[in-house]
Ligand binder design. Structure first.
Ligand SMILES: [Zn+2]
Length: 344
């Protein structure tokens, strides 16, 4: 979801801190939970983890790094394993791995509920210019595309198609989601779409340009996508709406629709034909759409950073507005390096 606002402050620039090892946090991991959850270590991972801790205590940081890496390979969603891998990497001189691991810890936790994520963020801020953020959605799940099921994501930027009027521009309730799920499964979804008369073709061009801002993710191998003209075949479908029910300058909304067939989820982005009009400029419209594509790729939360594409507010003053930041990139990379709670 995205609203616009006028920029009224300048974000501070984080200074690059000089490493001070004595100021690092070390955290005791949570005990193994009886229930096998993605967020706790398996028995096998725990044994590598314990081995790593012994090596870490003996200051054998390279060996500890290798052991923690094995634990993370098995249980990527264990924040303790990622945190310790990061610490061992730092002491072993592998700065890049240290930042990557700490970023994963931040990405898979709601910051306010997690001491380990707060400490990981402190570490990142101390040693880099990055300020990553949580990627969990409102159900506190990490969700992203399963690239084995979707070797090439199909994306349709429709030429003005819209949901039926009663569904346009609103967050759908559970009954409505069930109705769309049924339409997907019967294959009649496309017939439910109507043409939105206020749509102009340059708006679709802006959405395509917005998507292209994410092409770095293709170059880095996170996922691949291709364009399709068939809304029925699209994994990510861009539709249009003349208004948003919530009001308040909302310009975009992204909804995920699951089906009970694995790999047949669908993400629907609705963009505002009135709000993204020519008077506000193409740059602004592209930032708004790029933000919604961020949600569609798996960035489930908003960034507290005003200069990130996933900020809750993109500035109407688009000269100052930023595109996809290094923070956004680091968060998406982390999401695609972790085992998701829900794979689309
Ligand atoms: Zn949003």
């Amino acid at each position: 979801m995205l609203r616009f606002s006028q920029r009224n402050h300048v974000a501070g620039i984080l200074a690059l801190a000089i490493p001070l090892l004595s100021h690092m946090f070390l955290i005791e991991p949570k005990p193994v939970q009886a229930a096998a959850s993605k967020r706790s270590m398996t028995v096998e991972a725990r044994s590598f983890f314990d081995q790593g801790k012994a090596q870490f205590a003996a200051k054998k940081y390279k060996e500890a790094q290798a052991s923690f890496a094995k634990a993370c390979q098995i249980s990527s969603r264990s924040d303790s394993a990622q945190y310790y891998l990061g610490m061992a990497a730092l002491y072993a001189g592998n700065h890049r791995l240290f930042i990557d691991c700490m970023t994963r810890v931040v990405v898979m936790n709601k910051l306010k509920n997690s001491i380990i994520a707060k400490n990981a963020l402190v570490n990142i801020l101390k040693y880099s210019r990055l300020h990553p953020y949580c990627a969990l959605n409102s159900q506190e799940q990490l969700c992203r595309w399963d690239t084995r099921r979707h070797p090439v994501l199909q994306i349709c930027v429709s030429q003005g198609l819209a949901l039926p009027p009663q569904y346009q521009g609103k967050s759908l309730n559970i009954t409505e989601i069930k109705e769309f799920r049924r339409l997907f499964q019967t294959g009649t979804f496309v017939q439910s779409l109507v043409k939105e008369p206020t749509f102009k073709s340059y708006q679709a061009q802006n959405a395509v340009s917005a998507l292209r801002k994410w092409d770095w993710a293709i170059r880095e191998g996170l996922f691949k996508y291709a364009f399709t003209n068939d809304p029925g075949k699209a994994d990510i479908l861009v539709l249009w709406t003349p208004r948003f029910r919530a009001g308040g300058g909302m310009e975009g909304l992204t909804n995920y629709f699951g089906t009970n067939k694995p790999g047949q989820g669908k993400v629907i982005i609705q963009l505002n034909t009135a709000g993204l009009s020519a008077s506000k400029g193409n740059a602004y419209a592209q930032l708004m759409a790029a933000h919604e594509f961020g949600h569609a790729f798996g960035l489930g939360s908003h960034s507290p950073g005003a200069d990130d594409i996933m900020t809750a507010k993109i500035y109407y003053d688009s000269d100052k507005a930023h595109g996809i930041s290094e923070n956004d990139k680091a968060v998406l990379r982390a999401v695609y390096s972790l085992d998701p709670d829900n794979a689309w």
